[in-house]
Design a binder for this molecule. Sequence first.
Ligand SMILES: Cc1cc2nc3c(=O)[nH]c(=O)nc-3n(C[C@H](O)[C@H](O)[C@H](O)COP(=O)(O)O)c2cc1C
Length: 334
Amino acid sequence: MNRVAEALNIKYPFIQGPMSWLTNAEFTAAVSNAGGLGILGPNAGQTSITNDATETAERMRTEIKKVKALTNKPFGVTLIGGNGGPTSEFTLKVLNVVIEEKVPVAFVNSVGASLDGTFGIEPALLKPLKDNNIKIVVRSWQPSIADAKAAEAQGADVYVATGFDEGGTLPSYELGSFSIIPMIADSVDIPVCLSGGISDSRTVNAAFALGAEGVFVGSRLIPTIENPAAQNVKELIVHSTAEDLQLFRVAPAYYRSLPTKLRDQLVINDKTQNMETAYELNGKLMNGTSGMRIGMLDGDLENGYISVGTGISTIHEITSVAEVIAQLMADYKL
Ligand SMILES: Cc1cc2nc3c(=O)[nH]c(=O)nc-3n(C[C@H](O)[C@H](O)[C@H](O)COP(=O)(O)O)c2cc1C
């Protein structure tokens, strides 16, 4: 049996990448009901930010309860790593909710190797997750051989290797999906999934041919009926190709976006300023993660940005999550 499917108790080795603001119970449950692993991401089900850690965790509890009402299949919740510093109060409170609500899978989004020498899963998360028999999927912002080995030694169930093709916060290593997956898959014994550019059955087949035992998919799932993204954003993605994307610097490395007024300014700053100034100016303009909400959830193509990966060229219609998963996994033998 496929090791990712076996470890996570799912039908297909297909994991939905959490996307800030762009997950909610309906979307995540749809992925799990279709045989993949749905994961609630940061700000799941929300339209506004809260700076209160308890409120953040309780909002997540509400969303978890909704998922449980919509599916009896496994699903996951995102735990954001501490960015090299201590694990945040927000993450620790969400961790407690994950344990109390008996969520089957924790998706640990750690910093990874390159920024400060921290590898793998933070100790403050690892022990409680292990003690409660919660499966651990690790995806680091800076995937590396050392990080994958550390996660394996700590007892991670699945490691996700992310290539530069992905949407969202880009890894600073700048290794494309085709290069990173055999490198990581050859260095560890635990199963590795490929994240970045998975958008049709060809890319799924290529991932498996290159050593992946599962796929981890974000952008392809945005133009679906169940995803909370704004309708004009879904339509923009369907009518765009990778040629419409432009890259710009912002800490910790890069983002890319489809055309918006804000995107054009972010690109100008990148082209005309030195790295530190571009990071600073663009960080302010992107408004934390709120720029993503403004662009992708509210559909404001002036003041927000539309972050997607380079695999979007083959997306031609808005369909259900179940149809996307069936199409992508068409050649996968159960
Ligand atoms: C709009 C958007 C927001 C994202 N936000 C997050 C996030 O909050 N946490 C995270 O771990 N990954 C995030 N990601 C990355 C995805 O989980 C996944 O790794 C990525 O989308 C895979 O590449 P793909 O878009 O080419 O499928 C985001 C991706 C997108 C497109």
